[in-house]
Structure formats: C-alpha cells, structure tokens
Unconditional design. Structure first.
Length: 220
C-alpha cells in the first residue's frame, strides 16, 4: 500500500465519516493498516468540540436541526465549526510517533497542505499567532481541530473554498468572538475544480513531511 495514501470519500455524511475515522484509527494505531489521509466534503453539519467553553451556537440545536443542519458532539480540540459542500476537509489518520511528529509541527503540516490548496486558487493564506488555522486579511479561511490518542490522529483541517458561508452565521466559529469567516470564492479566488484541489494534497503530502519532522523510514 502506498505510504500515507489519500482516500477520496467524495460527499459523505459527517456521522458516516466519523465512523470511518474511528474504524481506521483503531487499525492504524494497532499497526494493522498504514497511516492514511481522507479527503471529503460534507452535507451541512455543525460540530461541537471537546471544550464546552468554546462551543457557542447562536441558535438552539433544535432551530439548527430544523434548518436541515446536523449537530454532532465530537472529541477533538477546538470549538464549534461547520462543514458543507464546497469545503474540502482533510482528515489525517496518522501514526504521529512513527512519522516523527510533535503536535505543533503536525498542525503546521496540515496548515501548509491547506495553504498549497488555496494557492492553487490564487489565494495567499497565512498563519496567525495563537490561533490555529489559516487567515486572509484577518478573516478565517481554514479551521484545524485534532484529536490524538494511542499516538494516532483523527479529525483535521477544513478549507473553505466554494461553500455557502451562511452556515457560520449559526455559530461563533471556534469560540472566537468577532471572527469573520471567508472562502476562496469570497476572496476572488479562481474556480478550480475540487478534484484538482484534492490532487494538490495528493501531490504535496509526502514532500511536506520532511519539512515538519517526518522520519525517512516511515514513508518507505
């Protein structure tokens, strides 16, 4: 099996993708499968992170559900976030110890993958001190939330490309008061087919490992 293989899950309901992550996490952490990266879009969903203080809805869960938006409590870092079609989500199910990662460099690795995806659309995103994720002119364009257990990661980074940003009106994104969400489309980015953007992750996933601490033997 190709090391750190990308698996294209297309449009997948969030709960189904979470179940897949859990099953893969068990196999990767036990050594039964090599590390993988999932690429997925979701139907409308709002997820609540592990830290309750960062989970802030602007409406009740019932009101949100009545709009056809699923609400799911999960065990990852970060606060409330949202997913919908047109947003590319990258889920690394990665044995971080085997690849020689510490947590911060691993987050930076995911952010760099997202930067390269956005650069393909002509958008230059940047990091911001103390705030994981990516920003464009002070607006947040990509959100990171990870869970690492048994030395293996779950969850990942969500990159706003062509999705309807109205879904973020129902939450305080990541629990950051006053944050404004944006997307490649809103920032005037090129409308690059989603498959071409997934190909960026596929082509850059190995090269970037060396920059952020991967061990050579881990990808042989």
């Amino acid at each position: 099996m190709e090391p750190l293989q990308c698996i294209d899950c297309a449009l997948m309901p969030y709960r189904e993708s979470l179940d897949l992550q859990v099953k893969l996490h068990e196999k990767v952490s036990s050594g039964a499968l090599p590390s993988v990266i999932l690429l997925v879009e979701h139907p409308p969903v709002i997820t609540l992170g592990l830290h309750k203080d960062h989970n802030q809805l602007r409406r009740t869960e019932k009101q949100v559900s009545d709009m056809g938006i699923d609400v799911v409590q999960i065990r990852r870092g970060g606060g409330t976030t949202a997913h919908n079609p047109g947003q590319l989500v990258v889920y690394p199910i990665v044995d971080v110890e085997k690849f020689g990662f510490h947590v911060a460099p691993f987050v930076h690795y995911l952010e760099h993958l997202a930067m390269d995806v956005l650069a393909k659309t002509g958008i230059q995103a940047e990091r911001r001190n103390r705030y994981p994720g990516l920003w464009v002119h002070g607006r947040k364009i990509a959100s990171v939330g990870l869970q690492i257990s048994k030395k293996t990661s779950m969850h990942g980074i969500a990159i706003n490309l062509y999705n309807d940003l109205g879904i973020f009106d129902h939450i305080v994104p990541c629990g950051i008061a006053g944050v404004e969400m944006t997307s490649s489309e809103r920032e005037g980015g090129l409308k690059v087919p989603m498959q071409h953007l997934k190909d960026v992750v596929q082509s850059r996933r190995i090269d970037l490992l060396f920059e952020y601490g991967a061990k050579l033997g881990a990808i042989r």
